[in-house]
Design a protein around this ligand. Structure first.
Ligand SMILES: [Cu+2]
Length: 111
């Protein structure tokens, strides 16, 4: 069990290390939105020019709006709603449950 944890920690450290600096890498997030209220993970960290794929699973129908890149995810219960794009703008971009303006989280694009 301890050995498994060590391997896991090494892999995680490697993934974190390789995700720093540069940009232009494919990055994928599997995101869950619950009750149009919370999003996990709530912060999506990428680097400028990364090729970002966001897969959203919702437990209620509704629109999840990614500001800045101005993309609307039309979420349906039981379906994965995906969007892929090049993160060509740096900054912090709000992700919102559009019908209630509930702030779910942020896409953070490091320059
Ligand atoms: Cu919005």
């Amino acid at each position: 069990m301890a050995a498994v944890l060590v391997v896991f920690a090494v892999v995680a450290a490697y993934l974190i290390y390789t995700n720093q600096g540069g940009g232009g890498k494919p990055v994928r997030f599997d995101v869950t939105v619950t009750h149009g209220d919370t999003m996990k993970p709530s912060e999506l960290d990428v680097h400028q020019n990364d090729i970002v794929t966001i897969n959203i699973t919702c437990d209620s129908d509704g629109e999840v709006h990614l500001h800045g890149y101005d993309h609307a995810f039309d979420c349906k219960v039981g379906q994965v709603t995906a969007y892929s794009f090049k993160a060509d703008k740096s900054g912090t971009f709000e992700i919102e449950w559009e019908s209630t303006s509930r702030h779910l989280g942020d896409l953070v694009v490091a320059p």
